[in-house]
Design a protein around this ligand. Structure first.
Ligand code: B12
Length: 214
Protein backbone atom coordinates (compact mmCIF):
# COMPACT_ATOMS: atom_id res chain seq x y z
CA UNK A 1 0.00 0.00 0.00
CA UNK A 2 2.72 2.44 1.07
CA UNK A 3 4.98 1.45 -1.81
CA UNK A 4 2.08 1.68 -4.22
CA UNK A 5 1.27 5.23 -3.08
CA UNK A 6 4.90 6.32 -3.41
CA UNK A 7 5.22 4.74 -6.85
CA UNK A 8 2.05 6.50 -7.92
CA UNK A 9 3.63 9.85 -6.96
CA UNK A 10 6.88 9.01 -8.79
CA UNK A 11 5.00 7.90 -11.91
CA UNK A 12 2.82 11.02 -11.92
CA UNK A 13 5.94 13.22 -12.16
CA UNK A 14 7.44 11.05 -14.89
CA UNK A 15 4.12 11.07 -16.78
CA UNK A 16 3.81 14.87 -16.43
CA UNK A 17 0.51 14.86 -14.53
CA UNK A 18 0.75 17.51 -11.75
CA UNK A 19 -2.86 16.97 -10.63
CA UNK A 20 -2.07 13.31 -10.00
CA UNK A 21 1.10 14.32 -8.11
CA UNK A 22 -0.93 16.53 -5.80
CA UNK A 23 -3.64 13.90 -5.41
CA UNK A 24 -1.07 11.17 -4.67
CA UNK A 25 0.67 13.39 -2.12
CA UNK A 26 -2.61 14.12 -0.38
CA UNK A 27 -3.48 10.40 -0.26
CA UNK A 28 -0.02 9.56 1.12
CA UNK A 29 -0.40 12.18 3.87
CA UNK A 30 -3.88 10.87 4.70
CA UNK A 31 -2.43 7.36 4.92
CA UNK A 32 -0.04 8.63 7.59
CA UNK A 33 3.20 8.67 5.59
CA UNK A 34 5.86 11.06 6.89
CA UNK A 35 6.34 14.13 4.66
CA UNK A 36 10.08 13.40 4.39
CA UNK A 37 9.36 9.86 3.14
CA UNK A 38 6.98 11.25 0.54
CA UNK A 39 9.71 13.63 -0.63
CA UNK A 40 12.65 11.22 -0.61
CA UNK A 41 10.89 8.04 -1.81
CA UNK A 42 8.12 9.50 -4.00
CA UNK A 43 8.92 12.93 -5.38
CA UNK A 44 12.72 13.00 -5.67
CA UNK A 45 12.96 9.65 -7.58
CA UNK A 46 10.41 11.05 -10.06
CA UNK A 47 12.47 14.21 -10.61
CA UNK A 48 15.56 12.05 -11.09
CA UNK A 49 13.93 10.01 -13.85
CA UNK A 50 12.73 13.21 -15.56
CA UNK A 51 16.28 14.68 -15.33
CA UNK A 52 17.84 11.50 -16.73
CA UNK A 53 15.39 11.39 -19.64
CA UNK A 54 16.09 15.07 -20.36
CA UNK A 55 19.80 14.32 -20.45
CA UNK A 56 19.38 11.43 -22.88
CA UNK A 57 17.17 13.53 -25.17
CA UNK A 58 14.02 11.50 -24.53
CA UNK A 59 12.39 14.45 -22.69
CA UNK A 60 12.45 18.17 -23.52
CA UNK A 61 12.20 21.40 -21.52
CA UNK A 62 8.37 21.34 -21.25
CA UNK A 63 8.64 17.95 -19.50
CA UNK A 64 11.00 19.50 -16.92
CA UNK A 65 8.68 22.46 -16.40
CA UNK A 66 5.56 20.29 -15.94
CA UNK A 67 7.33 17.92 -13.53
CA UNK A 68 8.72 20.88 -11.55
CA UNK A 69 5.23 22.35 -11.29
CA UNK A 70 3.90 19.03 -9.91
CA UNK A 71 6.74 18.85 -7.39
CA UNK A 72 6.22 22.45 -6.31
CA UNK A 73 2.47 22.01 -5.79
CA UNK A 74 3.15 18.85 -3.76
CA UNK A 75 5.70 20.76 -1.67
CA UNK A 76 3.07 23.41 -0.90
CA UNK A 77 0.99 20.65 0.71
CA UNK A 78 3.96 19.19 2.57
CA UNK A 79 5.60 22.36 3.90
CA UNK A 80 3.03 23.09 6.65
CA UNK A 81 3.19 19.42 7.71
CA UNK A 82 6.98 19.51 7.87
CA UNK A 83 6.93 22.62 10.01
CA UNK A 84 4.16 21.32 12.29
CA UNK A 85 6.03 18.13 13.09
CA UNK A 86 9.12 19.97 14.27
CA UNK A 87 7.72 22.39 16.81
CA UNK A 88 10.71 24.25 18.02
CA UNK A 89 11.14 26.63 20.89
CA UNK A 90 14.63 27.96 20.62
CA UNK A 91 16.31 29.41 17.52
CA UNK A 92 19.43 27.56 16.47
CA UNK A 93 20.82 30.41 14.40
CA UNK A 94 20.18 32.60 11.39
CA UNK A 95 20.62 31.39 7.82
CA UNK A 96 20.56 33.34 4.58
CA UNK A 97 19.97 31.06 1.59
CA UNK A 98 19.43 31.40 -2.14
CA UNK A 99 20.20 30.08 -5.60
CA UNK A 100 23.17 31.82 -7.18
CA UNK A 101 23.13 34.28 -10.05
CA UNK A 102 22.21 32.89 -13.46
CA UNK A 103 20.43 29.89 -11.96
CA UNK A 104 16.65 29.62 -11.52
CA UNK A 105 16.43 26.11 -10.01
CA UNK A 106 14.54 26.57 -6.78
CA UNK A 107 13.03 23.26 -5.65
CA UNK A 108 16.09 21.86 -3.84
CA UNK A 109 17.00 25.22 -2.32
CA UNK A 110 13.44 25.70 -1.05
CA UNK A 111 13.41 22.20 0.42
CA UNK A 112 16.65 22.92 2.28
CA UNK A 113 15.23 26.26 3.51
CA UNK A 114 12.01 24.57 4.70
CA UNK A 115 13.83 21.84 6.64
CA UNK A 116 16.24 24.36 8.19
CA UNK A 117 13.30 26.45 9.30
CA UNK A 118 11.50 23.35 10.62
CA UNK A 119 14.66 22.41 12.54
CA UNK A 120 14.67 25.77 14.34
CA UNK A 121 16.78 28.11 12.23
CA UNK A 122 15.62 31.61 11.35
CA UNK A 123 15.74 31.46 7.55
CA UNK A 124 15.94 34.30 5.04
CA UNK A 125 15.29 32.80 1.60
CA UNK A 126 16.39 35.24 -1.10
CA UNK A 127 14.95 33.12 -3.91
CA UNK A 128 16.73 32.41 -7.20
CA UNK A 129 19.19 34.23 -9.45
CA UNK A 130 20.66 36.05 -6.45
CA UNK A 131 23.73 38.22 -7.03
CA UNK A 132 26.84 38.11 -4.83
CA UNK A 133 26.10 41.68 -3.72
CA UNK A 134 22.60 40.69 -2.57
CA UNK A 135 23.97 37.78 -0.52
CA UNK A 136 26.59 40.02 1.10
CA UNK A 137 24.07 42.72 1.89
CA UNK A 138 21.57 40.28 3.49
CA UNK A 139 24.26 38.57 5.58
CA UNK A 140 25.31 41.98 6.85
CA UNK A 141 21.75 43.16 7.52
CA UNK A 142 20.69 40.00 9.42
CA UNK A 143 24.06 39.24 11.01
CA UNK A 144 23.51 35.64 9.86
CA UNK A 145 25.99 33.02 11.03
CA UNK A 146 25.25 30.76 8.05
CA UNK A 147 24.96 31.28 4.32
CA UNK A 148 23.57 28.58 1.98
CA UNK A 149 24.37 28.74 -1.73
CA UNK A 150 22.53 26.49 -4.16
CA UNK A 151 23.66 25.88 -7.76
CA UNK A 152 22.22 23.28 -10.14
CA UNK A 153 24.23 24.02 -13.26
CA UNK A 154 27.90 23.39 -13.94
CA UNK A 155 27.92 26.87 -15.48
CA UNK A 156 26.61 28.58 -12.31
CA UNK A 157 28.65 26.66 -9.71
CA UNK A 158 31.41 29.21 -10.22
CA UNK A 159 29.10 31.90 -8.83
CA UNK A 160 29.43 30.17 -5.44
CA UNK A 161 33.11 31.06 -5.50
CA UNK A 162 32.25 34.63 -6.49
CA UNK A 163 30.01 35.00 -3.44
CA UNK A 164 32.79 33.76 -1.15
CA UNK A 165 35.19 36.25 -2.77
CA UNK A 166 32.62 39.03 -2.31
CA UNK A 167 32.26 38.18 1.41
CA UNK A 168 36.03 38.41 1.73
CA UNK A 169 36.15 41.75 -0.09
CA UNK A 170 33.39 43.05 2.20
CA UNK A 171 35.50 41.99 5.19
CA UNK A 172 32.85 39.63 6.61
CA UNK A 173 34.08 36.20 5.44
CA UNK A 174 35.12 35.15 8.95
CA UNK A 175 31.72 36.10 10.42
CA UNK A 176 29.70 33.61 8.38
CA UNK A 177 29.97 29.89 7.61
CA UNK A 178 29.25 29.12 3.99
CA UNK A 179 27.55 25.87 2.98
CA UNK A 180 27.13 24.90 -0.64
CA UNK A 181 24.92 22.39 -2.43
CA UNK A 182 23.15 21.41 -5.62
CA UNK A 183 23.45 18.40 -7.93
CA UNK A 184 26.84 19.26 -9.54
CA UNK A 185 28.48 20.32 -6.25
CA UNK A 186 30.89 17.95 -4.49
CA UNK A 187 33.13 17.86 -1.44
CA UNK A 188 36.08 18.44 -3.71
CA UNK A 189 34.51 21.58 -5.19
CA UNK A 190 33.64 22.79 -1.69
CA UNK A 191 37.30 22.59 -0.71
CA UNK A 192 38.47 24.16 -3.97
CA UNK A 193 36.39 27.29 -3.43
CA UNK A 194 37.05 27.49 0.31
CA UNK A 195 33.45 26.93 1.49
CA UNK A 196 32.88 25.56 5.00
CA UNK A 197 30.68 22.60 4.17
CA UNK A 198 28.66 20.64 1.62
CA UNK A 199 25.64 18.38 1.92
CA UNK A 200 24.14 16.14 -0.69
CA UNK A 201 20.52 16.58 0.36
CA UNK A 202 18.22 18.60 2.60
CA UNK A 203 18.44 16.24 5.57
CA UNK A 204 22.23 16.38 5.34
CA UNK A 205 22.03 20.17 5.06
CA UNK A 206 20.28 20.38 8.44
CA UNK A 207 22.91 18.16 10.09
CA UNK A 208 25.66 20.24 8.48
CA UNK A 209 24.08 23.53 9.58
CA UNK A 210 23.78 22.31 13.18
CA UNK A 211 27.38 21.19 13.06
CA UNK A 212 28.62 24.50 11.67
CA UNK A 213 26.89 26.61 14.32
CA UNK A 214 27.87 24.41 17.25
C1 B12 B 1 13.26 20.84 -12.45
C2 B12 B 1 14.45 21.19 -13.31
C3 B12 B 1 14.39 22.41 -14.02
C4 B12 B 1 13.24 23.41 -13.86
C5 B12 B 1 13.44 24.19 -12.55
C6 B12 B 1 12.10 24.64 -11.97
C7 B12 B 1 12.21 25.25 -10.61
N1 B12 B 1 11.25 26.10 -10.34
O1 B12 B 1 13.12 24.96 -9.82
C8 B12 B 1 13.43 24.29 -15.15
C9 B12 B 1 12.54 23.73 -16.22
C10 B12 B 1 13.13 25.76 -14.99
C11 B12 B 1 14.88 23.99 -15.51
C12 B12 B 1 15.61 24.81 -16.35
C13 B12 B 1 16.87 24.49 -16.82
N2 B12 B 1 17.56 23.36 -16.57
CO1 B12 B 1 17.05 22.08 -15.20
N3 B12 B 1 16.61 20.58 -14.18
C14 B12 B 1 15.57 20.32 -13.42
C15 B12 B 1 15.73 18.88 -12.81
C16 B12 B 1 14.89 17.91 -13.65
C17 B12 B 1 15.35 18.69 -11.37
C18 B12 B 1 15.98 19.65 -10.37
C19 B12 B 1 15.26 19.47 -9.06
O2 B12 B 1 14.38 20.26 -8.73
N4 B12 B 1 15.57 18.37 -8.34
C20 B12 B 1 14.89 17.99 -7.09
C21 B12 B 1 15.59 18.66 -5.90
C22 B12 B 1 14.90 18.20 -4.61
O3 B12 B 1 16.93 18.23 -5.87
P1 B12 B 1 18.19 19.24 -5.96
O4 B12 B 1 17.79 20.46 -6.70
O5 B12 B 1 19.39 18.51 -6.41
O6 B12 B 1 18.41 19.70 -4.44
C23 B12 B 1 18.85 18.79 -3.43
C24 B12 B 1 20.39 18.75 -3.27
O7 B12 B 1 21.10 19.11 -4.42
C25 B12 B 1 20.67 19.61 -2.08
N5 B12 B 1 20.83 21.06 -2.25
C26 B12 B 1 20.33 21.89 -3.19
N6 B12 B 1 20.66 23.16 -2.93
C27 B12 B 1 21.37 23.15 -1.81
C28 B12 B 1 21.97 24.20 -1.10
C29 B12 B 1 22.70 23.91 0.05
C30 B12 B 1 23.33 25.01 0.80
C31 B12 B 1 22.86 22.55 0.48
C32 B12 B 1 23.67 22.24 1.67
C33 B12 B 1 22.25 21.52 -0.22
C34 B12 B 1 21.52 21.83 -1.35
O8 B12 B 1 19.51 19.40 -1.28
C35 B12 B 1 18.36 19.40 -2.13
C36 B12 B 1 17.23 18.68 -1.47
O9 B12 B 1 17.51 17.32 -1.15
C37 B12 B 1 17.28 18.67 -12.99
C38 B12 B 1 17.75 17.21 -13.08
C39 B12 B 1 18.25 16.66 -11.77
N7 B12 B 1 18.08 15.38 -11.61
O10 B12 B 1 18.81 17.37 -10.93
C40 B12 B 1 17.56 19.48 -14.26
C41 B12 B 1 18.95 20.03 -14.53
C42 B12 B 1 19.58 20.58 -13.25
N8 B12 B 1 18.69 21.13 -15.46
C43 B12 B 1 19.57 21.21 -16.40
C44 B12 B 1 19.55 22.19 -17.44
C45 B12 B 1 20.60 22.03 -18.53
C46 B12 B 1 18.61 23.24 -17.44
C47 B12 B 1 18.53 24.38 -18.46
C48 B12 B 1 19.87 25.01 -18.88
C49 B12 B 1 17.75 23.85 -19.68
C50 B12 B 1 17.66 24.78 -20.88
N9 B12 B 1 18.22 24.32 -21.96
O11 B12 B 1 17.12 25.86 -20.78
C51 B12 B 1 17.63 25.41 -17.72
C52 B12 B 1 18.47 26.40 -16.86
C53 B12 B 1 17.72 27.59 -16.43
C54 B12 B 1 18.55 28.41 -15.45
N10 B12 B 1 19.16 29.48 -15.91
O12 B12 B 1 18.66 28.06 -14.29
C55 B12 B 1 20.66 20.16 -16.26
C56 B12 B 1 21.99 20.72 -15.73
C57 B12 B 1 23.20 20.16 -16.45
C58 B12 B 1 24.47 20.71 -15.90
N11 B12 B 1 25.33 19.79 -15.51
O13 B12 B 1 24.71 21.88 -15.82
C59 B12 B 1 19.96 19.10 -15.34
C60 B12 B 1 20.95 18.30 -14.44
C61 B12 B 1 19.18 18.13 -16.28
C62 B12 B 1 20.10 17.23 -17.09
N12 B12 B 1 20.25 15.99 -16.67
O14 B12 B 1 20.65 17.64 -18.10
N13 B12 B 1 15.32 22.86 -14.93
Amino acid sequence: MTLELLKRITDSLVDGDPDATVEGTRLALDAGLAPLTIISDGLVPGMEVVGDRFQTGEYFLPHLIIAASGMQQAMELLEPELKQRHEVVQRLGTVVIGTVQGDIHEIGKTLVATLLSAAGFQVYDLGVNVSAAEFVSKVRETNAGLLGLSALLTTTMTAQRQVIDALREAGIRDRVKVMVGGAPVSQEWTETIGADGYAEDAVGAVALAKNLVS
